[in-house]
Design a protein around this ligand. Structure first.
Ligand SMILES: Cc1ncc(COP(=O)(O)O)c(C=O)c1O
Length: 356
């Protein structure tokens, strides 16, 4: 508390990011980063960037990057917005599109930053409960609202909606923006990007942080019709004209162009995900069907918070989220095969050493 703070600051409940430990020998399965390094072409482009140009501001429009991102999905740069991580893209979208008085709708179990943005921009919201088996039921998103936000695949569940369901959502709310947060889409879900030309109310948000292994570069992007992109640009240019530095722009552009690296890296993660899920099931865990680079899992007779603590004592960190519907669960990032095996044997140990 401070007398210098604006009244809004007193009321904020900021997002708490997953731990970024300083210790280096931990197995870090808590923030859904990639276990593999980024595309060598991206690293090379960053290294080759002419240091002298760092004197100069970067391209405020990031045109080369937006053109490369659009070309990959058959859209012009006027359909593409980029920002400093998809968190920033999401923040601008919340401010640009969801202040219409009615509540914004998003699931009760989802990315917890959404409600933080609602606090920051004073937007009313309504949590729509997932079904008992942790699915989004799109019919629940009808009625007056200021917009809809759905992560697909959802986080932390990893469960995906198919395109027909996304279409239903868009048609339920033709006069409101439906934001599909596709942070994890490359790991097996269907992208709604193919629907952009058909639906003026669709905004699809993606990131370089997960499948492209560039969380440290902070680059996110959105696809939408030019009318929506212009709304986002108006917010961006009223906030920070240069959200992406020169290194981020060249690195991300080279990463987009390396399709082969992306395909191989995603394949490895998906294969390890199957091994991890099966290994957990053999140990008695329930595992939700994941289309992301993490699994959401619970043990029928173990306390999830205690399991997380015991894993940490063995130098493995996973994510446990408090909250009524999430307290029993652990979200575990898919690591390398070796890391997944170490995790499974640690869990085997823990389950044996303090069996009921
Ligand atoms: C569903 C979802 N959306 C967006 C983000 C933000 O990612 P970034 O800001 O790194 O692009 C995350 C990060 O974990 C996420 O889980």
């Amino acid at each position: 508390m401070s007398r210098f703070w604006s009244p809004l600051v007193h009321k904020l409940t900021p997002y708490v990011p997953g731990e970024q430990p300083k210790m280096t020998d931990l197995i870090k399965l808590n923030t859904n980063e990639s276990p593999y390094g980024p595309s060598p072409r991206a690293l090379e482009a960053i290294r080759a960037a002419d240091n002298d140009t760092l004197r100069l501001y970067p391209d405020p429009e990031a045109l080369a990057l937006r053109t490369a991102l659009g070309a990959r999905v058959g859209l012009g740069p006027e359909y593409v917005f980029v920002g400093n991580g998809s968190d920033e893209v999401l923040a601008h979208a919340f401010q640009a599109f969801f202040a219409h008085g009615e509540p914004l709708l998003f699931p009760d179990v989802t990315y917890s930053f959404y409600k933080v943005y609602c606090g920051l921009y004073s937007l009313p919201f309504r949590n729509v409960p997932l079904t008992d088996d942790m699915q989004v039921n799109v019919a629940d998103y009808a009625g007056p609202c200021s917009g809809v936000v759905v992560a697909n695949p959802n986080a932390p569940t990893g469960i995906a909606l198919d395109l027909a369901e996304v279409r239903k959502l868009l048609e339920l709310q033709p006069n409101r923006v439906v934001l599909i947060d596709e942070a994890y889409v490359d790991f097996g879900a269907e992208s709604a990007v193919s629907l952009i030309k058909e639906y003026p109310n669709l905004l699809v948000v993606q990131t370089f942080s997960k499948s492209r292994a560039l969380a440290g570069l902070r680059v996110g992007f959105a696809f939408g019709q030019p009318e929506l992109i212009e709304g986002l640009v108006r917010i961006k240019d009223s906030f920070n004209s240069y959200p992406l530095d020169r290194l981020a722009q060249v690195g991300a552009t080279a990463a987009v162009e390396d399709e082969a690296w992306l395909a191989t890296s995603v394949q490895k993660v998906v294969a390890s995900r199957t091994v991890l899920a099966e290994g957990l099931q053999k140990l008695g865990f329930d595992v939700l069907p994941s289309k992301a680079n993490f699994v959401y899992t619970r043990h029928p007779n173990r306390n999830a918070a205690e399991l997380a603590t015991q894993l940490r004592e063995r130098a493995i960190i996973v994510r446990h989220l408090r909250g009524e519907r999430t307290a029993a669960w652990l979200r575990i990032t898919v690591g390398t095969d070796q890391q997944c095996e170490t995790l499974l044997s640690a869990l085997r140990d823990i389950l044996c050493s303090n069996s009921l």
